[in-house]
Unconditional design. Sequence first.
Length: 721
Amino acid sequence: MTVRSVAAAFVPVVVLCAGLAAQRGDRANDPQTMLPADVAVPPATPRSPAEELATFVLAEGFRAELVASEPLIHDPVVAEFDAAGRLWVCEWPSYMVDLQASGENAPTGRVAVLHDDDGDGVMDRSTTFLGDLVLPRAVLPMAGGALVIEPPSLWWCPDADGDLVADGKQALCDGFQAGIDNPEHSGNGLRWGLDHRIHISNDKRLLRWLGPGEFAFEDGSGGGQWGITFDDRGRYYFNYNSDWLRCDLVPGHHGPAAAAFGGLPGLNHRVVDNQSTWPIRMTPGINRGYQKGMLRDDYTLRRNTAVCSPYVYRGSALASAGRSCDGDIFVCEPAGNLVRRFVPTDTDGLLAAANPYEGERKEFLASTDERFRPVHLFGGQDGGLYLVDMYRGLIQHRNYVTSFLADQVVKRGLEQPIGRGRIWRVVASDRPAGRVQVPQIAGAEVPLLVAALASADGTTRDLALRELVQRRDLSAATLLRGALAAHERAACRIVLLSALAGLDTLEANDVLRGLRDADAGVVCMALQHSLPSLLAGNGLVWAMCEHHAKAGGTPNVAWHAALAFGEVLAKRSAARRHDRALDGLAALLAGTGDPMARTLAAMSCGGRQVDLLRRVADAATADAENRAAALRELARIAMRTRDAARQSEVFAFAAELPDAALQGAVLQGALDALPQKERQRAGWLKFEATPSALLAIVRADDPTTRPLATALLSAVALEPA
């Protein structure tokens, strides 16, 4: 096959959108150059599962196996295993049957349950748990039923007799309306985490299970577009269609309280900067393929455009020849017909990740079949990496289809066929074929469930944890403590602490054991559950939290210590503990050189930044540079509240400081809160009268502080009461 360069191909043939039937994805003033007719794109011939498997190119040491395909399933988009080893699948047969999305809102979707009756790793039959649905986008099987997101609602679907046929639908909440007319942008990805909150991608709400069909809602930080996952520490990962991977480095449920201060640092942290892709076939059939930088000279996708469904692999079935993928992160790129693998590095909690095959310009899994559409990744109890393949020529929703893409869809016959779909399992090449023997989680006795928490496979640990918590058998506590004391693997100690917390049996001694652990992840999990012990005044727990807040430790441990003190300060009923919490934050601020720790501490004190300013200024052991940086950040956060009384307190505090350098740090922090451009600052500060403290600083005529105070005064607008 001969492929001409982009420059040679696109210059002679230019077709603007006006020359075609306009598509919804077309943008004004964005002329589109169609793919030249003489570019030989390989045919997108529909293939059988066996034929498609032959098109896969996997990294050395791995193989793919078929788990399920049509006619057992049709148009799958997400799937999850339950505690009995059954596979729950959401299907979208009405999605994009043509470029006009005809009949998209027809109730033809379903949640299917697949059964592997003989244990050979291939699904044998299907049960319809819930039918007559419109684009169901998430399912979470649980005790007594399942959660299902079907726009516009989140449903609890009970199954009292356990026959795997829902007894009905009970609406828990709405807010998923966007999923009706804009399926790419609405909540999805129900994921029960180590914090015993059910997280939703693309939605800020969190759920807590209270009993079958009973849930409480909390505010979270949200994040992501399609799919959500977590690692052994309970950190959540998500992504956006042109951004490989993001992570919340700290628990997202702290986010709403920090909104008034400009947002909690560490949330939505970009993990990957390099957005390259390396398909093994020509991929011009992408939405913005006409734009510079989207395609290489050989018409392969240069950078990601449809990434989704990240999955932190926590298992053993990919281990081969001394290599382990445990903790690696896999991401789908259906527009490039590939799955990317990332190997993460964790430097004091600041995560980064890279493609281990980047130097070879390769991917973990790529296909020459244009209809291979990996849209969801998940894990199994056997340790396998599972993949949902929607198997379609057209997956872009009509709202975003451009004339460039529509031209190829029509000319190359990508609309049909539909109604297909596959689920694949990826394992190490030397792994025995089929599913291996896995623990029976559903109905298992408590000792077996506790033992399963020590499994090498994260999916088994997750299912056992959920089963234990939903069963509410408090007799598990003694066994959990024994395992916690004995287990050598940090990931298992974390999940054991989580289990005790989920059963409401976590005691101060358990927290203390976690706080004394050598692993930072275990310490962070203990800090997340330290509030009851801190409120009770447990001196040993307080001392360990204070220890972890001081300089010299791992920064991400200090982040969680700051959040723990903040939780104490948020409890008005615990006023007698507030001074100690403020002292803990002050010690952290005085000793840390970590910008994120400073910001978290400044935000965690709620509205008491001025109290912290005084404590930090008076700290006898503070390093001069750290003290100045802490004062600056505290002042910035206080100013961000737009609370005139608090802002006046900051200025008054600055005027009282005898040291010009510290005074300057406070004033600079106040300026940092204002818009960067001077012309946008006018009127940003609103007071009934000109702040006398700022006037006093100007009159003192110190060359360091006078310009700062003057700049702040220029932003003042007087608004009489």
